[in-house]
Structure formats: structure tokens, C-alpha cells
Design a protein around this ligand. Structure first.
Ligand SMILES: [Zn+2]
Length: 193
């Protein structure tokens, strides 16, 4: 199953932290001492960090575009989420982790604190649909995809999704935002992050 494959491959920020720790060199090697020994390398370290920043931005774009393209090719929101998560876990997250590890080492060399890069798509997805729509005590709201007088749009707290039992449409916080504000998914991701 695609979904279970994703679950085993997906990496949370906590896991990145653990991976970072596991990849730390033994005590006798300190990145922060490197530039004391080779100060000439400082400009290369800075230049490489700039390149990495560029690559983070490209990955960010790739992630958002992948998400947007899937809306056309996979209309079913649940199915789309599975395909996206699979692509993300297979192609984007591994590249992201690799960049992050290199960035971490270079920043240590310069004695900088490592502020982790977070993709705008991830930030957008972390926003709750309940901040955009009001749900009744049973977790229902009036559907934003079709006109109705009795609420049949159900909110699922566990994965921050909605599904309409009236028209069968639904989606995540990005779908909801783009439907409410009549904008593209890319615009929704930008607005939410
Ligand atoms: Zn509906």
C-alpha cells in the first residue's frame, strides 16, 4: 500500500533531529574548529550555504508544483493525498534531509545556530481547517462545494481533512482555502504559509 509505505518513510522533525545526532562525528572532531585551522575556506563555506539555500527554494517549489499538478491528474482528494505523500517520501524528503545535513555541518563550521528550513507546503498543511470554517458540536459545517441548508461537511480532526456526505467532495486545508477564496492551490499554499 502506498499509504503504509509513506508512513514508514516519512520523517518528522523529531526524527531529523535523531538522524542528525546519529550522524554526528565523535567528540574529537569539531566542525566549529575547522575554520580556525583553514580560515581561507570561509568564503567557500558561505558560498556553498548560499547554493544550498537556492536548492531548498527549488525543492520548495517542486513540492508545491507537484501538489498542484496532482489536483488535475488525481481528482479524488484522499487518493491524491496518498500519491502526493508517496512522491514526497520517495523523491523530496530524502533530498531535503541530505541538504539539511550538509547545511547543518556548514553552519556549525561558521559557528551559526542551525535554524531548520521548513517547506511552505508543510507550514500550510499545519494550519487547521477549523481556523477557516466553523463546525458545529458534531463536527459538521455547511459544504463549501455545494449549496445546502443542512450541514453535511464533516471535519476529521485526526488528519485535518473534510469530507462532504452530500456531494462527495472534500480535501485538506489547502483545498478548503482555495475553494473558499476561489484561488489556485499554489496561491493557497502561499497564503497559508
Ligand atoms: Zn458538498
Amino acid at each position: 500500500m502506498i499509504a503504509s509505505k509513506f508512513e514508514s518513510l516519512a520523517v518528522t522533525p523529531e526524527e531529523v533531529e535523531i538522524l542528525d545526532r546519529e550522524h554526528h562525528e565523535p567528540e574529537y572532531f569539531q566542525e566549529s574548529q575547522m575554520l580556525n585551522i583553514f580560515p581561507e575556506a570561509t568564503k567557500y563555506v558561505r558560498a556553498r550555504l548560499k547554493e544550498l539555500g537556492e536548492q531548498f527554494r527549488m525543492l520548495d517549489d517542486l513540492e508545491s508544483k507537484t501538489y498542484e499538478n496532482l489536483q488535475v491528474s488525481v481528482p479524488n482528494a484522499v487518493e491524491r493525498e496518498k500519491v502526493f505523500n508517496f512522491l514526497d517520501a520517495t523523491f523530496i524528503s530524502p533530498k531535503f534531509k541530505k541538504l539539511e545535513r550538509e547545511q547543518h555541518k556548514l553552519k556549525q563550521m561558521l559557528g551559526w545556530k542551525n535554524k531548520k528550513h521548513t517547506f511552505s507546503l508543510r507550514i500550510a498543511k499545519s494550519k487547521l481547517i477549523t481556523e477557516l470554517l466553523k463546525f458545529d458540536s458534531g463536527g459538521y459545517a455547511r459544504c463549501i462545494w455545494h449549496h445546502e441548508s443542512t450541514p453535511s461537511l464533516k471535519y476529521y480532526k485526526e488528519d485535518n481533512h473534510v469530507f462532504c456526505f452530500g456531494c462527495g467532495k472534500g480535501g485538506d486545508v489547502i483545498d478548503v482555502y482555495s475553494q473558499i477564496n476561489n484561488c489556485s492551490l499554489a496561491e493557497a499554499i502561499k497564503a497559508l504559509s
